[in-house]
Design a protein around this ligand. Sequence first.
Ligand code: ZN
Length: 481
Amino acid sequence: MRTHALVPSLLLLGALSFTAACSSGSDSSSDVTDADGRPGSSATPSPVRTVDPSKIKGLRIVSHSSEQSSCPFATSYPDVPGAEAMTAAMRKDVEKRLTGFRSGQCEDGTPGTPPRELNISHQFLVASGDVLGVRLRTQDHSAAASGLSTTTYWYDGKADAYRTALGLVAEGSRDAFITALEDRLKGREGVDAAALDDTFSDPASRTAALDDMAITADGGLRVNLDRGEVGVPAAGALTVVLPRKTITPWLSAFGQRVQRQTMTPSPSLDLGVPHTSTPTAPAPTASGDDNTDCKKVTCIALTFDDGPAAPETATLLTYLAQYKARATFFTVGQNVAAHPDLVRAEARAGHEVGNHSWNHPDLTKLTPGQIAFQLNRTSAAIEAATGKAPTLFRPPYGAVNARVKAATTLSPVLWDVDTEDWKYPDADKVARSVITKARRNGVVLMHDIHPTSVAAVPQILRTLSARGFHFVTVSHLRATL
Ligand code: ZN
């Protein structure tokens, strides 16, 4: 974020093979790499292709987030059947960062001084043939440096092996590759030649620094270096693109397949696992208008944030249908992209689909352009899935201010019954919490990414129905009050 002001001057330095990255959101003008919502820079050469994750069979997005402003974190990474070793590597990295953040911020830290937030989002780079590539982008506002780091993870379905970014380059060619990389970095503003030599001469630090590499749409190799890794922090993150002609002879056999599958993707990913059945969304049961009159009867609005998730959301829809209950889903854009079928099922069953940003950042820390990007991209994904654009948004962590409101036409929705279900993965406790706190015209906050929260729902619906509650959407509640 703090690199932003430096971008214009650094862009002036940009030759075709080198540019200062405007954080990592510069993969292409239509890309969503920038998890903070900054649209990609058209000045960046050689865009990386994007992938439609809804085509990946059996995909699960592993999400975890809080909704508490004193402990703001949101993490996600994909779990693709057949690529377990890669999933394990991502899980290890994510859990390490999250554990560090939570122990420093949520248990011992002093909230708000300085403002801290952890956000880990994901993006598919390749999901084609026997090649899978994912980039994780971590924005850690608690870190001493810029707090932004990116890492790519690769899976080689042919060898059934997880590969690091450096695995794209053949071992015998790494020296030549490093030399070419150094040539392009040395002499650039902010790059420390001595630090560069130190970093690249030591195998361990070389692997750590070169942990984000991907093939561009035109076959080049794009290397992203986090801020401060080989330069003074003021230089920001750095990106080098080695053109196809240069890099091709240095690629490993796996790297060559990544290059091929990136430039001419196959229609699907095939990691040699038997067909995994995707979670089936239940058939619609409660479509049509809801004529519940909340002036006459006791209404309550259940809201479910952070999804959709497979299989939890499909299970939840089944429970809601059994009690003819309607709810509001505040969906996260990157999960909508992975599971548009579940969002479609929500809408068809008469539930309301709202916007909860693309990847769950604290919107009050973003610029108006970034806020708009976060919300607009998510609204577009919801509309693509359901045919209807949302009218409501729930700001992550309930963090909203005048700047956020001014950046969107969506209406903000907070809550007045908090179950803290993200903190207590205990179905009975979640159910008791909702049942105890339920009140007429209340808006209840839950999360359908947690199996325990979904498991609490039948007890909630059974008990509150018996007490005369009617379960309506947020817009219905607002319209009839
Ligand atoms: Zn949330």
